[in-house]
Write a protein of this length. Structure first.
Ligand SMILES: Nc1nc2c(ncn2[C@@H]2O[C@H](COP(=O)(O)OP(=O)(O)OP(=O)(O)O)[C@@H](O)[C@H]2O)c(=O)[nH]1
Ligand SMILES: [Mg+2]
Length: 278
């Protein structure tokens, strides 16, 4: 029997959706950080096995909108919910959902599995769920796949929606821009990373080397200095980490240049950033 279909990963910011999609796919399709609201767009991560092709949709964390970017993020969640065969709703196992979240879960109309995440951490709370998993240790991930398969369409022969060698719908350019953003999230404090967008403005692939130029877009002149860091150390670190990631992804030497520019209030006019896809 062959199982295939679309599965959305839904949950509050920081629940562990992106960590799970990466662990299941075995590749880094989505960036991760300790800061909430890391994921902004729906990202497909495709699990290809002998007996299944499961297309997971990573989504932004469900939260109240404060600006137009938030509204777009929540629209992305709704569109994921509308177009999948199954929802895996994730709850951080060290927390308990409040009434609002319980109501949200109840109102998800399609078939769903409730999974508690981060089972490797102490202080697990008691809440009715179908499974408890850890993306960090891999605990119960195979079991989760089995639960999912039970609820997907079954075919007598392999039924591929994507080519079986594909693992995401996102371009290399997108993955590299996101890697820059992940580095910003991990290296910068407080509100600055939430006001950052990254655009790849040049991508020139030659036989032995790839030239990539990126813009980090921030909201204020004062943020620009903080991102660049003393003597450029901040930017250097972001650049080094991203270059390594890109070289690994492309299998070639990468020449990466990163610029920082200010676009005031871009979160209320995200359509102005043409290379983002928002
Ligand atoms: N210990 C432990 N930490 C985890 C696990 N899964 C995720 N985390 C951590 O939880 C934090 C949030 O993880 P993400 O995967 O970015 O969460 P998310 O649900 O995608 O968050 P948003 O994109 O903001 O909605 C990160 O610091 C992860 O390292 C896990 O299984 N165990
Ligand atoms: Mg995420």
């Amino acid at each position: 029997m062959f199982y295939s279909g679309y599965v959305a990963l839904i949950g509050k910011p920081n629940a562990g959706k992106s960590s799970l999609i990466n662990a299941l796919v075995g590749e880094k399709v989505s960036i991760i950080s300790q800061k909430p609201q890391t994921t902004r767009e729906n990202i497909l991560g495709i699990v290809n096995k002998k007996d299944c092709q499961i297309i997971f949709v990573d989504t932004p964390g469900v939260h109240h909108s404060k600006n137009n970017l938030d509204k777009i993020m929540m629209k992305n969640v709704r569109s994921a919910l509308a177009g999948v065969d199954l929802v895996v709703y994730l709850i951080d196992g060290t927390t308990l959902p409040d009434d609002e979240e319980r109501e949200y879960i109840d109102h998800i109309e399609c078939e769903k599995i409730i999974a508690r995440t981060k089972s490797d951490l102490s202080g697990q709370k008691d809440f009715e769920s179908n499974i408890s998993i850890s993306s960090k240790t891999g605990e119960n991930l195979e079991e989760l796949l089995n639960l999912i398969k039970e609820k997907l369409n079954q075919y007598q022969k392999p039924y591929y929606i994507f080519s079986p060698d594909e693992y995401t719908d996102k371009s290399v350019k997108y993955l590299i821009a996101e890697e820059v953003r992940e580095n910003c999230l991990n290296n910068l404090n407080k509100e600055i990373p939430h006001g950052i967008a990254v655009e790849v403005i040049r991508f020139l692939e030659e036989e032995e080397i790839v030239y990539i130029d990126c813009d980090i877009v921030c909201e204020q002149e004062s943020h620009k200095g903080i991102i660049i860091g003393k003597g450029g150390t901040g930017l250097k670190k972001i650049g080094m980490n991203t270059r390594k990631f890109a070289e690994n992804l492309l299998g070639k030497k990468v020449m990466l240049k990163i610029f920082v520019k200010v676009e005031k209030d871009w979160r209320n006019k995200p359509q102005k950033l043409k290379n983002l896809g928002y």
